[in-house]
Design a protein around this ligand. Structure first.
Ligand code: GLU
Ligand code: ZN
Length: 307
């Protein structure tokens, strides 16, 4: 663990993209929102590449994302952390959960789980292996959940509460192929990097109670959260899956203005004459978290036509 444990920690935010492809508008919005929220509080803004799922990561995608952030003048503090280098940290957390008897091996195949679900009227993993102990056969590792409401007080979305045993079920923290699950890695690294607040897309809001649960089990500090609206195009999240175009590096100023408008922020009167660095300096001074639309998603195309 890092040595930095001040009593009143300085604000530390982060942008944590998965390198599954180039940045699209929606992920640029997350990058800018987390950057401005950190800088408006004279805080630090870290970039973490969440490369824990190699089969989904085309070669060069991480570099491509970093070059785009640079082209937009979004300068991160400290070195970039790559999750592919953090396996020891995840294993340590897993051992900790294991010592507390909160994990168990699950040998169910996807098909077996589907069959068990269709026999019962459950929608989440039916806890088939909950009583299991060590096994030599290939297995995923699941964490035991509890019937308990976990409240998240989100600075934008308000109170979000979820009973994870009922709505999510015992979830996987290490996959059968040996890779660690996002839920575990993100919690371990947010603690490792002393992050104080997470600003990210609202599509991750319903993952947050699981993460808060792991933080509690691992005795990590709790975090602040602000989940911003995700950008949709004709109702679908703008992502690689929906073939959203990558953001261009050619006109960061114009795109930066679109991002600020999407986030409900003011833009300078004569922005046409500014540089993108000046745009961010202005945006940091005028940043208002309260002005961000309190909604889970927003049409990007439609707003653009209106402006
Ligand atoms: N790596 C995740 C993603 O790109 C985001 C993780 C997070 O911000 O917690 O969707
Ligand atoms: Zn199982």
């Amino acid at each position: 663990m890092s040595e930095f444990h001040p009593k009143y920690p300085r604000y530390r935010g982060r942008f944590a993209p998965s390198p599954t492809g180039p940045l699209h508008f929606g992920s640029l919005v997350s990058a800018v929102a987390s950057y401005l929220q950190a800088k408006a509080q004279a805080g630090e803004w870290l970039v973490r590449i969440e490369d824990i799922d190699p089969p989904r990561e085309p070669a060069g995608a991480a570099d491509d994302i970093l070059r785009t952030l640079e082209a937009y003048g979004l300068n991160w503090d400290g070195p970039v952390l790559y999750q592919s280098t953090r396996r020891d940290g995840y294993e340590e957390a897993l051992l900790d959960l294991n010592r507390q008897h909160f994990t168990y091996p699950c040998t169910c195949s996807r098909k077996q789980i589907q069959e068990a679900l269709s026999r019962s009227n459950k929608t989440v993993y039916p806890e088939t292996c909950r009583g299991a102990t060590a096994t030599k056969s290939p297995h995923a590792t699941r964490v035991k959940t509890e019937f308990q409401d976990i409240p998240i007080r989100d600075a934008i979305q308000g109170l979000f509460t979820q009973n994870i045993r009922e709505h999510v079920g015992d979830f996987v923290v290490k996959r059968a192929d040996g890779f660690y699950a996002y839920q575990l890695a993100v919690v371990v690294d947010d603690a490792y990097q002393n992050i104080t607040e997470i600003v990210r897309g609202s599509d991750l809001l319903d993952n947050t109670p699981r993460q808060a649960y792991l933080q509690r089990l691992l005795d990590f500090p709790l975090l602040q959260y602000a989940h911003i609206p995700i950008a949709t195009s004709n109702g679908d999240k703008m992502s690689k899956q929906t073939k959203a175009p990558p953001v261009s590096r050619q006109n960061p100023l114009e795109t930066g203005v679109q991002v600020l408008k999407f986030l409900g922020q003011k833009v300078p009167d004569q922005w046409e004459f500014a540089t993108v660095d000046e745009l961010w300096q202005w945006a940091i001074r005028h940043w208002s978290l309260a002005a961000i639309p309190k909604t889970r998603s927003l049409e990007y195309g439609a707003r653009r036509e209106n402006t």
